[in-house]
Design a protein around this ligand. Structure first.
Ligand SMILES: Nc1ncnc2c1ncn2[C@@H]1O[C@H](COP(=O)(O)OP(=O)(O)OP(=O)(O)O)[C@@H](O)[C@H]1O
Ligand SMILES: [Mg+2]
Length: 445
């Protein structure tokens, strides 16, 4: 086989055989001549440029005769491996990729523009994949092995990493890397068709009038992205405390305190939970509390905070519908160590939650607000949800796209009054219901 074929075909990239040895031997030579640790102060681009230069010299000095293309491909592969993440390196650099999913050494998938595709790449072996994984988790002081086979970590550059290895995984080590999501403005979200201008007017009024808002959706539906954009509507004189598992929010206001929870260390000590942070934040004189994702007993503390003077708080929860979100908050709150009777929790939610914003990811990858609902019930009454905006999807087109329209419904009187008292207009598209039968309501338990 020609050297060109050995180095350049994508199918061969990372495969076993002669080219693998070539890469490995140059990698060893490169590491003999350069101390990677010494270069850790350099910016990534410069570190790469330097390694490429040194390797170029080594190849000219003792390597085979290569064409320009072969030479640059060899350099690229050796440097990729030396820098640590091997074949993942170019994927991490590719800004159009939002998620990298490695399902064992032979199957690498990426998500681009909401669509998932398999790449013609593979690791040489499960061992090589494991080494890459170990390198990733060790940079953040975590360990992965049989006694600790599941690890969540965040790279210094912000990417979120999850690792799960055999025997829990049946198809070899599994690595999932979520790119640090870039933030989008509400204008950008409008241009994607995720919501429209009328809905932004309404949401802006609700945020400024300090309604408590829960953003709900399944995994990857854009909850954090929307939470970030909505948080941007909070007036800049307010003191905002953000609480997250892995800090993703990028608020632009000047008075923001960012808190991040901490997993236990290798000895299982030192954990600080979202719940601890929510409790602590109440002693920090917040005007607003923004909780990245409610997924445990902190639900109770957050609901209590929301109904006792910390109005205008924002949070996301993992749920498939507005009513699911309420049930989920209730279930999570009941997981807390404080025992609160079911009826009291129900009451708590009725007084704490004002608005539910439901997100959905469609088959074509688009993320949209599929409902904005107001919680219009009190005390121990069953939850009554008043839909004020809804996305009506049309059947999928032959090329797999989903189109539809946003519908608006009148606001409950109580909501309109609260907006009025905060000098926020009721956007015309919605209007105000004059009687209960004009509302698009439904009950939930
Ligand atoms: N409205 C949108 N239109 C297009 N892409 C979006 C939209 N919202 C989010 N995304 C992209 O979708 C991906 C997931 O977004 P995000 O992290 O906000 O979702 P999430 O629901 O918070 O996910 P998780 O459940 O994992 O926390 C990111 O790459 C983000 O940039
Ligand atoms: Mg999120």
């Amino acid at each position: 086989m020609s050297l060109r074929a050995r180095i350049s075909t994508p199918e061969e990239h990372g495969s076993r055989g002669e080219d693998g040895h070539l890469v490995a031997s140059y990698r060893a030579k490169l590491l003999e001549e350069i101390d990677l640790a010494e270069m850790s102060s350099l910016a990534a681009a410069e570190r790469r440029a330097r390694l490429e230069r040194v390797l170029g010299h080594i190849i000219s000095r003792e390597g085979p005769v290569l064409s320009t293309v072969e030479r640059s491909q060899l350099i690229r592969r050796v440097v990729d491996e030396a820098l640590g993440l091997g074949i993942l390196e170019p994927l991490l650099e590719d800004a159009s990729i939002t998620e990298i999913m490695v399902n064992g050494p032979d199957a690498i998938f990426v998500e681009r523009g909401g669509r998932v595709e398999q790449l013609p790449l593979r690791f040489v072996s499960a061992d090589q994949l494991m080494q890459t994984i170990e390198r990733i988790v060790s940079t953040v002081n975590r360990r992965v092995d049989e006694s600790n086979p599941m690890v969540d970590a965040r790279l210094p550059s912000g990417e979120r990493v999850n690792v799960i290895i055999p025997p829990l995984s049946l198809t070899g080590p599994i690595l999932t890397i979520r790119r640090f999501p870039r933030s989008f403005t509400l204008q950008e979200l409008i241009s994607f068709g995720s919501l429209d201008e009328q809905m932004v007017y309404l949401l802006a009024g609700l945020v400024q009038a300090k309604f408590n808002i829960i953003v709900s959706g399944a995994t990857g539906t854009g909850k954090t992205t929307l939470l970030n954009a909505l948080s941007g509507l909070i007036p800049s004189h307010e003191r905002i405390i953000t609480i997250e598992d892995s800090a993703e929010l990028q608020l632009q206001q000047s008075h923001v305190v960012r808190l991040e929870s901490r997993p236990p260390n290798v000895e299982g000590k030192g954990q600080v939970s979202i719940r601890d942070l929510v409790r602590n934040s109440l002693r920090m004189r917040p005007d607003r509390i923004v909780v990245g994702e409610v997924r445990g007993g902190e639900s109770l503390d957050m609901l209590q905070a929301m109904s006792t003077g910390h109005d205008g708080s924002l949070a996301t929860v993992h749920a498939n519908s507005a009513e699911d979100a309420l049930t989920r908050l209730q279930t999570l709150a009941s997981m807390s160590d404080v025992e609160v009777p079911f009826v009291a929790l129900h009451d708590q939610i009725n007084s704490a939650v004002d608005v539910l914003v439901q997100l959905t990811r469609f088959a074509d990858g688009a993320r949209r607000i599929t409902e904005i609902a107001l919680l219009d019930s009190h005390g121990g009454d069953p939850y009554r949800l008043a839909t004020v905006a809804r996305f009506d999807a049309r059947p999928m087109t032959p090329d797999g796209r989903v189109y539809g329209t946003f519908q608006y419904f009148p606001l409950p009187r109580r909501t309109a009054d609260r907006l009025y008292m905060a000098s926020q207009p009721v956007p015309q598209a919605f209007g105000v219901a004059h009687s209960a039968d004009q509302l698009a309501t439904r009950e939930a338990r």
